[in-house]
Design a binder for this molecule. Structure first.
Ligand code: C2E
Ligand code: MG
Ligand code: MG
Length: 721
């Protein structure tokens, strides 16, 4: 900051006021001098006019004729005439003791006809302005200083003289002009003295005034200086404070900027979080929905096709439940990585939640483009994978919907892809499926099934039917029974378990349904036994969901306790593919086995179980799947499998049951192959309890008859309530 320019107030004031005082003093002095000298002159002028009147009054009679006759006369003549007339003496006498020191008289021609200084007689003043004025009746005076002056009383030095031309008035005429010289030296000297005093006093007063003003000014300047210093000091302080404050503000500002940056970062993170899945880092449902809407609009504008792929991992839940969430999470991350690696830049992959992924393929030329991508994705996912020392074989089912064929908005496209995905799962998993409109109908029917099934137990719509099993040796004898659930829906009629069991499994309803079947079957068995009908063993189907459920052992135990059925009279059938997919199947089965119940592998041959694995299971029976039995007589391959299975079971100490036996030929083949038990329509369809009992007794008595051990009457028992 530049220092302010110093203003020398005292200096400028002293110079200026000195000059002003000098100028004002001089002006006042001059004015006073002018005024007083005018007053003196006026006074002397009036005095001269009075004296001229005295002169006229006293001496004009002596002069009038002389003046009147003066024209044309010479100076000498005039001097002589004056002398003769004694004008000099008379004039001197009259003026003696007055201030008049010289008198001159002019005739109208301007000729000096008389002068107390005789040497001046004869001079002409015709052109003198004073004379001319007097002749025109105006008396005029002029003040002059003379170093040397000849008065009628003798020569004088340094005199101030007021010479007045005064008209001589004689009866209205001006016959001549008198010029009176008055010695005003005393007045002038006096005047000068007075002036000097006045000037002195004025100068002293002015000086004092100047001094006082100077003091006031210096005092004021000191105050101003102090104030200026204080102002400068406060300015400095202010500057320092402003600087400090500026620093503070700069610091606050940078802090604020940091905070703003941090907040922006946090907002960006929030936006990212809102749009991304935290586990895999992929876009989430929200971003997927927004993107799909944009993609659909773009495809609509550009008249392109696009595909939505709905990807669902097969049996992910089993892995998650058996190996733990940490493994499940790592698996999902790996799947996300694998899927991302197979996609183009423009494709969007998102995770909807759980093991569901979706993918948008923009601008595809034909459905084949989508199927090529689906092929790549399923192949890549199915590659071997090891997480935390667990070798996992995973696969995915993919549903594909196409814009515009399967839907023209995001919601319909996703629903269609989802439906198609279910279809892919239904058709054996590890596959993809394109959406077809029929799927919607299927999905709708399935949804209806799901809705109605939920209340089937409480509405007493469920039944258990029983199908007889026969032991085959040389003869055939009834050996057991399988309990099979039946649903008679008031809306749908009789619904096959093939339809409703998968739905019950997906919805979790199977837990309640399975338990109900188990308890009903156990009670029924106990009732038959109590009535004296010896059904050795009842088989009940167990779903994977039941097996996974922690309290399955307790449920089975309580069903046995409640019915009083001995554990070895109960066999639990577990589908082979289910056993293969339950992580801790061995543990669960072992606990069940410890209860004393028997365990059978249902639908054997469909699940590709390894022999080594089978030896680990605490099972007693293998149930050869109906699909192989159907092939007997037609398919050598099926027959070979049946023979191999029976041979293998024998070597492992397991019994075998063939299901779905409908013909004599099948029975003969199986008997010959060494199958232990037969189940199928050939011996009886699944029946309600009372009908079943008839069949059972019939079979038993036929057997007895054959063995010639016929015993009395048929027993007929009431069905269990
Ligand atoms: P599954 O356990 O293998 O039962 C045998 C199925 O084959 C039964 O079908 C039975 O009626 C049928 N069947 C038996 N003999 C023949 C034959 O000679 N020819 C033909 N064509 N079929 C025969 P169903 O009752 O429709 O049951 C189908 C499947 O539903 C069962 O297969 C079982 O997996 C499941 N299921 C039935 N009831 C239950 C249940 O209470 N709990 C569970 N978890 N699953 C059940
Ligand atoms: Mg079964
Ligand atoms: Mg079966």
């Amino acid at each position: 900051m530049s220092s302010p320019q110093t203003f020398h107030l005292t200096r400028y004031f002293s110079i200026l006021s000195f000059l002003l005082i000098v100028i004002a003093g001089s002006a006042v002095g001059l004015a006073v001098q002018h005024q007083t000298s005018r007053q003196v002159t006026d006074m002397a002028h009036r005095h001269n006019e009075a004296m001229s009147q005295v002169f006229v009054n006293e001496l004009w009679p002596h002069f009038s004729a002389f003046v009147a006759g003066s024209s044309g006369r010479s100076a000498t003549e005039l001097r002589a005439a004056a002398k003769t007339l004694g004008l000099q003496a008379k004039t001197s006498a009259l003026m003696m003791n007055s201030d008049i020191i010289k008198v001159k008289v002019y005739n109208r021609d301007g000729l000096t006809v008389f002068s107390t200084d005789a040497s001046q007689i004869g001079e002409n003043k015709r052109d003198n302005p004073g004379f001319i004025g007097a002749l025109a009746a105006h008396a005029t005076s002029a003040l002059t200083h003379r170093n040397q002056f000849d008065s009628f009383e003798g020569a004088r030095a340094d005199v101030d003289v007021l010479a007045s031309y005064v008209p001589i008035r004689d009866g209205g005429q001006i016959p001549g002009v008198v010029e009176l010289y008055q010695d005003v030296t005393p007045f002038i000297q006096n005047l000068h003295q007075v002036l000097l005093k006045v000037m002195l006093v004025g100068a002293v007063v002015m000086f004092l005034l100047y001094l006082m003003q100077l003091m006031v000014v210096r005092y004021a300047q000191n105050i101003l200086r102090r104030q200026e210093a204080a102002l400068l000091e406060s300015n400095r302080e202010l500057d320092a404070r402003v600087e400090d404050r500026t620093y503070e503000l700069a610091a606050i500002n940078s802090q604020l900027e940091d905070e703003v940056l941090e907040r922006r970062g946090a907002e960006a993170r929030l936006v990212h979080l809102a749009h991304h899945d935290t586990l895999t880092g992929l876009p989430n449902r929200l971003q997927f929905t927004e993107q799909l809407q944009r993609s659909v609009s773009k495809a609509e504008r550009n008249r392109h096709q696009l595909a939505v792929l709905f990807i669902d991992l097969d049996r992910f839940k089993d892995i998650n439940d058996t190996l733990g969430h940490a493994v499940g999470d790592e698996l999902l991350i790996e799947v996300a990585r694998r899927l991302t690696g197979q996609l183009r830049n423009g494709d969007l992959l998102a995770r909807l939640g759980g093991d569901e992924f979706v993918c948008i393929l923009e601008n595809i030329q034909s459905p084949q483009d989508a199927s090529r991508v689906a092929d790549k994705l399923t192949a890549r996912i199915a590659e071997p994978l090891s997480i935390r020392d667990h070798d996992l074989g995973i696969s995915a089912s993919i549903g594909i919907s196409l814009y515009p064929a399967d839907g023209v908005d995001a919601g319909n496209l996703v629903r269609a892809a989802d439906t198609a995905m279910y279809q892919a799962k239904k058709h054996g998993r590890n596959a993809y499926h394109f959406y077809t409109p029929e799927m919607t109908q299927y999905a709708q029917e399935r949804a209806q099934l799901e809705r109605l099934l939920r209340h089937a137990i409480e509405n007493n719509e469920l039944d258990v039917h029983y199908q007889i099993k026969m032991a085959v040796t040389d003869s055939t004898s009834p050996s057991g029974v399988e309990a099979l659930a039946r649903w008679n829906s008031p809306e749908l009629g009789s619904v096959s378990p093939v339809l409703f069991i998968p739905v019950a499994e997906e919805t979790g309803f199977i837990i309640a349904l399975g338990e109900w079947v188990l308890r009903t079957a156990c009670r029924q068995m106990a009732a038959w036994r109590a009535s004296g009908v010896d059904v050795p063993c009842i088989s009940v189907n167990l779903s994977v969901r039941q097996l996974e459920h922690a309290d399955i052992v307790e449920v089975v135990r309580s069903a046995l306790d409640e019915s009083g059925l001995p554990p070895d009279a109960l066999e639990l059938e577990i589908t082979e593919s289910v056993i293969m997919n339950v992580g801790d199947a061995i543990g669960a089965l072992k606990r069940l086995r410890e209860l004393g119940v028997r365990l059978a592998v249902d639908d054997f041959g469909t699940g590709y179980s390894s022999l080594a694995y089978l030896t680990l299971l605490p099972i007693k029976t293998l149930k050869i799947d109906r699909s192989f039995v159907t092939g007997i007589g037609d398919n050598r391959g099926d027959e070979s499998i049946i023979q191999a299975v029976i041979g293998m079971a024998r070597s492992l100490g397991l019994s075998t049951v063939a299901e779905g036996v409908e013909t004599e030929q099948q029975l003969a083949f199986l008997r010959h192959a060494g199958c232990d038990e037969i189940q199928g329509y050939f011996f009886g369809k699944p029946q309600p309890p009372d009908e079943f009992l008839d069949s059972w007794c019939e079979a038993e008595s036929a057997d007895k008859h054959l063995r010639q051990l016929r015993q009395g009457s048929h027993l007929r028992l009431a069905p269990v309530q």
